[in-house]
Design a binder for this molecule. Structure first.
Ligand code: AMP
Ligand code: FE
Ligand code: FE
Ligand code: ZN
Length: 280
């Protein structure tokens, strides 16, 4: 039974909905806790907390891009203070790097004959909502490509232009695993590797998790039952916690719905406890 969905994206990164709308959907789904985990930003947390009923806990989270043994991986850092200056100063340059990367992707698209502009991409990312600019990502660029007729949908924009190995691909800034660990350890938060089966072998996942992570995202809609089983074995052998969440972006990818994956409250408590124990 899913009581806590620990992987959700709002329009502060590449999700479609506002933090308040996500809170409403989470409450309707009967959830007791959620974590907002936008890419490289915690700007949505305060709004989500204001919107949440007393029966729904909102954890501050953030999804960070890293590299492990040459492969891109995603780390989920949780239980942080969204107004903590150290956290804000950590994330700000990462978003600036995203902006510069978007600019380089746009230049490549222009050379390929698509007259996309950075301004247009930023407008797509932040829309008309005001407030701080969103964390710009490839899904926003994909929407600009579609607008210019370069693809008919997001998947096609990725497979023709934006995906790894494609002509407009530019890799994203990578945060060292140790830096992410230091960030959460200094604050008593916890760190989980997101959807590892999408990026790593089981052996690689196991050695990454041994570097001091608190949990592994086992329950994720794009990991198969067989992959989940393998991940659970690692969790058990290392004495970690099995985490989970829907990775909901609100864009109707297959299986993209709130609460399709997640954990019980007892697992959430175990994750928090693991983080507090290792605080330094
Ligand atoms: P970025 O953070 O800019 O590297 O963009 C990665 C994001 O793009 C992921 O978090 C997904 O939300 C999204 N994404 C990746 N591949 C695809 C795809 N084939 N179709 C749609 N969205 C994708
Ligand atoms: Fe995303
Ligand atoms: Fe991810
Ligand atoms: Zn995600």
């Amino acid at each position: 039974m899913v009581e806590a969905d620990l992987h959700l994206h709002s329009y502060h990164s590449d999700g479609v909905y506002s933090p308040s709308a996500i809170v409403t959907q989470a409450a309707q789904a009967g959830l007791r806790a959620i974590a907002l985990t936008d890419h490289d930003t915690v700007n949505g947390i305060e709004e989500a907390r204001r919107a949440a009923p007393a029966t729904l806990e909102v954890l501050a989270g953030v999804e960070l891009s890293s590299v492990y043994r040459g492969r891109e991986i995603h780390l989920l850092a949780y239980d942080l203070d969204p107004v903590d200056a150290a956290l804000v100063n950590f994330l700000e340059p990462v978003r600036e790097q995203r902006r510069r990367r978007a600019d380089r992707i746009v230049t490549r698209l222009n050379r390929l004959g698509l007259p996309v502009t950075l301004k247009e991409v930023e407008e797509i990312a932040s829309g008309s909502r005001g407030g701080p600019p969103a964390s710009v990502g490839r899904p926003h660029i994909a929407r600009a490509i579609i607008r210019h007729g370069g693809a008919s949908d997001i998947d096609e924009a990725f497979s023709r232009y934006l995906g790894k190995g494609c002509p407009a691909f530019v890799p994203r800034a990578s945060i060292p695993v140790q830096d992410a660990l230091e960030l959460v350890r200094s604050r008593g938060g916890f760190l989980v590797v997101a959807h590892p089966a999408l990026n790593l072998t089981l052996e690689q996942t196991s050695s990454l998790a041994s570097e001091g992570l608190d949990g592994i995202e086992v329950w994720h809609p794009r990991q198969s039952p067989k992959q989940r089983k393998g991940l659970l074995e690692i969790v058990n052998s290392l004495g970690l916690v099995a985490s989970g969440g829907s990775d909901y972006h609100g864009i109707g990818r297959q299986g993209d719905a709130i609460a399709v994956a997640g954990v019980r409250l007892t697992a959430l408590e175990a994750l928090k406890e693991a983080g507090r124990r290792k605080k330094c």
